[in-house]
Design a protein around this ligand. Structure first.
Ligand SMILES: C[S@@+](CC[C@H](N)C(=O)[O-])C[C@H]1O[C@@H](n2cnc3c(N)ncnc32)[C@H](O)[C@@H]1O
Length: 461
């Protein structure tokens, strides 16, 4: 099925927010009559350049577009979409199919790099040929200087692998054009993921056994060349589709795109005049990274080979100080800097209080982490609401996780928190997950079989 995005003209009389809620509910009911509509078994890896890097917990572009399409039918005046936890940028590229201004931030520099590549207004069509030349130049390079200063390099990379990654890095640095280099850095990041000694089966860093490492013969230059071909092809398919949807003018995306390195807890400090936004679409973390999805550890090795100045001047190289640093800086990752107090949080969400009270007293680590995460999350909600327009809609996709063998009612907690902040939960949809990659199955991590999609409307005040 070919997906054709279209926008209706703005209707002459503006309906009340309650009328729009009712219209949306009707629309969602009709579309959701097919139980797979929000789940979609069709996984097109090339859709919207989705697979240029295997970022954890990616949303499905088709599902996000369907959600967006429904909201835009009821609110054709929407011009911008914001994702405060954008990851690899799935919400943002979905917004591009409708010609929206797309805005996102993430605390992880690798997420910012990937999203910048995907949401660029202009791209270089010959990037495939450039990547071929980069691979050839790396193959002809005979220098043996190693181009990363990471601690413990020998643990994570075989000597030959480090040598070839260094040659690729030198060749990429010589390329003209920031977008071209960013595209090549993302391709290198995926090359690092596939050629390091880290297991690819989990997001946590964990070296393969020595016996297994010895048996692997790897050529990062070859892996890079193959990936670059795939990435360039999926990118040109994405741009073609944008063109068919009339969202390119003279090969340039029609609206603004803006992706930043930033902590959502203080989003209102850096979004300035780009805000307020018309619509929010996101999937936030479900708990602290260490016990759910270690986005930071997953990004640690690739980031060591990338030129930080090509990501963003605000990208802080100190995030690579330890393997834990990005996860520590993420929601729920560190104690002592919470803006919301535990009392405020538990008063705002009786469900969370009940859940926390029901956790076994020992070990108390589960409760501490839960409260730390949600107090940080509460602070994020304050900031997010500060950059959203009155009566704007928010589409939140949340998953379940377990602590102490019990499932945290993530969707109900979110509902209570936003309702305490003058928002209305219009409806909650259920999305079955067909083949989503699971996070580590350790004691407290999630086994996600379904996700909830909350449609929320911000109040006027
Ligand atoms: C569920 S993932 C988003 C994945 C995304 N929906 C996609 O399709 O790729 C959650 C994201 O929240 C980010 N994050 C965690 N704490 C953050 C914070 N304080 N500020 C901004 N982003 C944060 C993580 O780095 C991660 O990329």
């Amino acid at each position: 099925m070919t997906f054709v995005a279209h926008r209706d003209p703005i209707p002459p009389s503006i309906p009340t927010p309650q009328e729009v809620d009712a219209q949306l509910l009707k629309l969602l009911k009709v579309k959701g009559a097919d139980p797979d509509f929000w789940s979609s078994k069709d996984r097109d890896r090339t859709d919207s350049a989705h697979s240029i890097f295997q970022y954890p917990a990616m949303m499905v572009p088709l599902v996000q577009r369907r959600l967006l399409g429904a909201v835009l039918e009821a609110r054709p005046d929407i011009q911008s979409v914001y994702d405060p936890f954008m990851g690899s940028g799935t919400s943002l590229v979905s917004g591009m199919h409708y010609g929206l201004g797309v805005y996102g931030n993430d605390i992880n520099p690798l997420a910012v790099l990937i999203s910048r590549v995907r949401t660029a207004r202009s791209v270089e069509f010959t990037v495939g040929a450039i990547a071929e030349r980069v691979a050839s130049s790396a193959a002809a390079d005979r220098r043996d200087t190693i181009e990363t200063s990471m601690a413990n390099r020998e643990k994570w990379f075989q000597a030959d692998v480090s040598l070839e990654l260094s040659r690729l890095r030198r060749a990429i640095r010589k390329c003209d054009g920031l977008w071209v280099r960013r595209f090549l850095w993302v391709t290198l990041a995926e090359t690092v993921r596939l050629t390091s000694n880290d297991r690819t089966s989990t997001y946590k860093l964990h070296a393969r056994p020595a016996s297994e490492i010895e048996k692997r013969t790897l050529s990062p230059i070859k892996v890079f060349r193959d990936l670059a071909r795939e990435n360039a092809a999926s990118f040109s398919a994405f741009r073609r589709r944008l063109n068919e949807a009339k969202q390119l003018k003279s090969a340039k995306y029609v609206a603004e795109t803006d992706v930043r390195v930033g902590d959502t807890r203080n989003a209102q400090d850096y979004w300035g005049s780009a805000a307020p936004f018309d619509l929010l679409m996101t999937s936030p973390p479900y708990g602290d990274n260490l016990t759910t999805v270690t986005y930071g550890q997953h990004s640690y090795l690739p980031l060591h080979w990338i030129d930080f100045k090509d990501i963003d001047p605000a990208a802080d190289i100190a995030t690579l100080r330890t393997t834990q640093e990005i996860d520590r800086r993420s929601l729920g990752g560190a104690a002592g800097n919470q803006v919301w107090t535990e009392a405020k949080l538990l008063e705002a969400s009786p469900r969370l209080k009940r859940f926390a009270d029901g956790l076994p007293a020992k070990p108390d680590d589960g409760r501490t982490r839960l409260i730390r995460f949600y107090t940080d999350f509460g602070a994020s909600l304050d900031s997010i609401l500060n950059v959203m327009k009155p009566d704007s809609y928010m589409i939140w996709t949340v998953g379940n996780r377990n602590i102490g063998g019990q499932q945290v009612p993530t969707d109900l907690v979110l509902g209570e928190l936003v309702e305490g902040l003058n928002c209305k939960v219009v409806t909650t949809l259920t999305r079955r997950i067909h083949h989503k990659r699971m996070p580590d199955r350790n004691a407290s991590s999630a086994t996600m079989r379904e996700e909830k999609i909350l449609l929320v409307r911000k109040g006027e005040g």
